[in-house]
Design a protein around this ligand. Structure first.
Ligand code: ZN
Ligand code: MN
Length: 489
């Protein structure tokens, strides 16, 4: 054994397994409503409670959503896929089997490119399959875990909720890439409109297989569960990577295990072996027919798939002249993207780039200061566009524009009304700027003479003096206009 096994000699391999609750109206195989929370056991029926003699009826919308997810991840769509029963006993699953897919999933062989600090990491998508969610157990007493609980309660409201499982190839090489992948996937699902993707509420659940080994050697993987936020995906995997490194560097032996991420303690803990040693005895579900999508239906779905976030960012950079950073900011959620598109549509004189600038600089800054999301903010795209128009058209200085925006966020009033109220009109501003320009010009006759003789070099100096005299409140376009007029005389 190599005693001085250095960190740089060790390589990390990560694969992710992601469960996505679909936001369909009804459950996967019955008519019960899909939702979060609520009085326990109020959204249940004989089918999702697994009563004998009941028959499942598949939800067409869920099949459509799973197919769209597969398409957006570049998967091949199976011309014929079937449901299987995955058999195991657990109190949160009344049928004692989960209807899932096994050897033929809806989608397979896709990929997702993840950009992390300008480096693109391609992560293969092994499979995308459709299944149903379980109920929820509430373990009372002890540490809230099943093995030391006094008793447990079962809520079957979630049982039978349509669930899509996405499995990646073990292509991920660091915790940072794993988090970036998860974030990009969440964005795609949100843009597709197929899920609420709330990690805290469990509508997006991420498990990871991670192993550390010497190059060319096979590692021993640990499955990490219970990562309830993007931040905990990063923290848990960094922790687990370091733990495995230390075992290997200490000449120890790693054991295959399922580990629970403890958010408070900041460590992964092994689960009892019995909790995950299953033999699922998969067999084809006899009560359901195969999924056989027609070519026509698949073509229709392809047309319905919206532009994925990566394509959108690329288009904004190429066609709208945005920086990569701004393109990312105005595409960072469906709500933000919709707001941006609406504001660009409503803008009269501003360019898409100017609208993006105001969103990613002023608006994003003020919202994060107020710990507010754009959805919560009382601001309409039309009113925002009018503000950006006023600034980019030279009617309003940047500083006054910012003041107006603060007022818009605080009161929900329209930008036009606030501009009027505060007396930030073109005339008032222009008059004030004109007198400053005249003062500066009469104080610098030599500079004026040089400019009038055709030497344009001192122009920047002069504009600087004027901006300084107005404490930055003048609009540079207005300043240049007034200067041009005065210097023509
Ligand atoms: Zn039901
Ligand atoms: Mn699953």
């Amino acid at each position: 054994m190599d005693i001085t096994l250095k960190t740089e000699d060790l390589f990390t391999t990560i694969g992710l397994e992601i469960h996505v609750e679909l936001n369909t109206v009804s459950k996967m195989f019955c008519g019960c409503a899909v939702g979060f929370g609520g009085e326990p056991n109020t959204r249940v029926c004989p089918v999702c409670l697994g009563h004998p003699g009941t028959l499942p009826v598949p939800n067409g919308k869920a099949i459509e959503f799973a197919t769209k997810i597969s398409m957006a991840l570049g998967c091949e769509i199976a011309p014929r896929s079937i449901f299987h029963r995955k058999n195991y006993f657990y109190p949160d699953m009344p049928k004692n089997y989960q209807i899932s897919q096994y050897d033929i999933p809806i989608g397979s062989g896709g990929f997702l490119d993840v950009d992390l600090d300008g480096v693109v990491h391609r992560v293969g998508i092994t499979r995308v399959h459709l299944e149903e969610d379980t109920g929820k157990s509430l373990h009372i007493g002890g540490g809230g875990r099943i093995h030391d609980a006094e008793y447990s309660l079962e809520d079957f409201n979630r049982a039978g909720t349509p669930l899509v499982e996405i499995v990646t190839e073990p292509d991920i090489t660091s915790a940072e890439v794993a988090r970036a992948f998860a974030q990009e996937l969440r964005l795609i699902l949100e843009f597709l409109g197929v899920s609420d993707v709330q990690m805290q509420e469990g509508s997006l659940r991420i498990d990871a297989n991670i192993s550390v080994a010497r190059e060319g050697e096979r590692g021993t993987k640990a499955e990490v569960k219970n990562m309830n936020s993007m931040r905990s995906v990063l923290r848990a995997l960094l922790y687990e990577e370091q733990r495995q490194r230390e075992v290997l560097q200490g000449d120890g032996v790693l054991e295959q295990s399922t580990r629970h991420w403890d958010e408070k303690a900041g460590v992964t803990q092994p689960l009892r072996t019995k909790e995950f040693a299953f033999d699922y005895r998969y067999f084809p579900e006899p009560d359901l027919v195969p999924i056989e999508p027609s070519v026509e239906w698949l073509r229709q779905l392809t047309e319905e798939i919206p532009e994925v976030p990566a394509e959108r960012r690329k288009r904004l950079v190429a066609e709208m002249n945005l920086t990569a950073y701004d393109a990312g900011v105005v595409s960072s959620s469906r709500a933000i993207a919709d707001f941006y598109d609406a504001a660009v549509g409503a803008a009269r004189s501003s360019t898409p780039k100017q609208v993006a600038n105001w969103m990613s600089n002023q608006l994003a800054g003020l919202l994060s200061e107020a710990k507010q999301s754009l959805a919560e903010a009382k601001i309409s795209p039309r009113s925002f566009a009018a503000l950006v128009d006023a600034v980019s058209g030279g009617d309003l200085s940047r500083v006054h524009g910012n003041e107006v925006l603060i007022e818009m966020l605080a009161t929900g009033h329209e930008s036009d009304a606030i501009i009027k109220d505060k007396g930030f009109g073109e005339t008032t501003d222009r008059g004030a700027v004109e007198s400053v320009v005249d003062d500066v010009l009469s104080a610098n006759p030599d500079v004026v003479a040089r400019l009038k003789s055709g030497d344009s070099k001192p122009m920047g100096f002069l504009v600087g003096l004027i901006m300084k005299a107005t404490r930055g409140q003048a609009n540079p376009i207005t300043v240049r206009e007034i200067l041009d007029l005065r210097l023509k005389d």
